[in-house]
Write a protein of this length. Structure first.
Length: 298
């Protein structure tokens, strides 16, 4: 630990405090001594440890912001690729592999960061998000298939149409709660990644499938009949999926409709006044309430 004192030049009519610079091998030690000097003496204290910590914080925040911006740019390129038409399969595969490689580099760089102590939790969340995006892009790159051949197209569609039955086979005897939300294409990757994270955290078995060209995806919750706790965990994950979809301008249902299970979500999405207008229109056409009774409106 070292202390050094400097005296400012004298100025007529003013008395300036001397400045004490505090340095130390340990940032914590330096900060502690600086604080005690401020409290117990009439001097201006400048802690080199504080300056170093501020510089480290500033450098870390700038680096993380750069990585986040790069990752978001890759996400936008991925979304553009998803929505492009007439692109050859070989070109799509090449583009996906390139995006995956770039995201892997960002993720690896983020792993090597040394965040300030008070930002370690935020750093862990950021790294988790980067790794999810890396895994998603890598999986898409490895598994992507497309075709213009009628026979091959029929084979791919069969796989899509068999997804529900394949999922049920993962847990024989389980009931399947099919979740359905839709988000803007620009928000699709994050919505799917967030759903996957929540499913795993809730210790649930739930494959994800969808016709995602329109931002619509499904989670197939495979649940034990009568297992109340398991069903409650699934409902909590489903509610979070819907809430996130609404926050980013999506909808609580992209395909399955409101029915009975999402009547409260319809109000959350459009507001009570709009839903009441819908109800009045329905009432004008069906004053006796015999058409699809009990559905859509609470």
């Amino acid at each position: 630990m070292s202390l050094s004192e400097t005296h400012p030049p004298k100025t007529r009519g003013a008395t300036a405090k001397p400045t004490v610079f505090v340095d130390g091998a340990s940032g914590t030690t330096g900060l502690g001594i600086a604080e005690r000097l401020r409290q117990q003496s009439d001097v201006a204290v400048k802690s080199i440890a504080e300056d170093k910590r501020k510089d480290a914080y500033r450098d870390y925040v700038k680096t993380v912001s750069d990585y986040a911006n790069q990752s978001q740019r890759l996400g936008r390129q991925f979304n553009t690729l998803l929505t492009s038409r007439g692109t050859k399969q070989s070109d799509v595969e090449s583009e996906l592999a390139g995006l995956a490689g770039q995201q892997d580099q960002i993720t690896n760089n983020a792993r090597n960061l040394d965040p300030p102590g008070h930002l370690r939790d935020q750093d862990a969340h950021m790294l988790e998000a980067f790794e999810l995006r890396s895994n998603g892009l890598r999986g898409m790159s490895d598994a992507f298939q497309s075709t213009a051949n009628d026979a091959e197209r029929a084979r791919l569609w069969k796989a899509r149409h068999s997804a529900y039955h394949a999922a049920r086979a993962l847990r024989p005897g389980a009931e399947c709660l099919v979740a359905d939300v839709c988000v803007p294409i620009s928000q699709l990757a994050d919505a799917v990644a967030d759903a996957r994270r929540d499913i795993d955290a809730a210790n649930l078995l739930a494959p994800i499938v969808g016709h995602v060209g329109d931002g619509n995806f499904h989670v197939l919750f495979l649940l034990e009949p009568g297992a109340t706790d398991e069903w409650q965990r699934a409902e909590k994950v489903y509610d979070a999926m819907i809430d996130r979809a609404l926050r980013v301008g999506g909808t609580c249902t992209g395909e399955h409709g409101i029915g009975q299970g999402k009547r409260s979500k319809l109000v959350a999405e459009y507001g009570a006044d709009v839903v009441e207008l819908m109800r009045s229109i329905k009432g004008a056409w069906d004053p006796q309430g015999i058409l699809n009774p009990g559905k859509i409106f609470l």
